[in-house]
Write a new protein. Sequence first.
Length: 307
Amino acid sequence: MKLQPLPPLNSLVAFEAAARHLSFTLAAHELNVTQGAISRQIRVLEDYLGKALFSRTTREIHLTAVGKQYYGVVRESLSQVAHATGDIRHWHGTQQITVQTSTAMASLWLLPRVSVFKNDNEEVDLRIIATDQTNDFSRLDCDLALYYCSSEPKNIKATPLFSEEIFPVCSPAYLARHPQLRDPDRLGEGTWLWLEDPQSDWVGWQEWFQRLGYRAPEPRHRININSYSMLIQSALAGQGIALAWSNLVNDHLETGALVRPVEQVLRTNANFCLLEPAGRAGNRQSVNRFRQWLLSQVSEARPQGIQ
């Protein structure tokens, strides 16, 4: 029996992404098309259905009642197609491991270490997906995931890797030019490297001071950066001081490329966690081997580099 009526399938993909993000811009970024292309696909779908799926204002979009109902069906249907397709295309069968993580965790912690695992497990194919657009951990499509969790995730197995410890860092050359930064009361006299990421619930400068019981100063200068990996590169280049998460910058502290100008450190109840999505083939030998290797890599050493 012929399946009908079916809308233009490209428009369904655009609609699902736009509805999930509630943003044509983020949907366009995810699908690697222009915002105008997303807008046109949504209009095509709305014209086909004869109903508005989004209500639009100058700055925001919202799903209409029809849009919410349709999104649930479209999301579930496309997810089933994606999972079935993934199973068929599964790369090298049981020897592939798909690991999803944030760009910061990938570049600063996982990738510098992963060659150690590959040297001992040449038959295993690793697929590492780095993305910061992860709002619902229960929908992860991977074997294992590594993410910062400000609170315990629900509906997913989470194993804490290391707790959150946050402190300022800068390059030795920058500290030599600004020796007054060794006094925590004068940190505002430096250039603050400011993580500008509306998706992130990481601790920022103002919160760091307040939670340590200090009055947060206004920085004399600041540089806004929307990527934590780029922010650390800016600190390495001597452009200012950054808030650092201990295990993400320990390698740079050990080599002396970064130093801690003050000894104050904020410890919270948040953790970087190993996440294991439900319904995956968790008993695969290769996945279990990689999981055990990850846990063995977690260092218990205290942060170094206070100057």
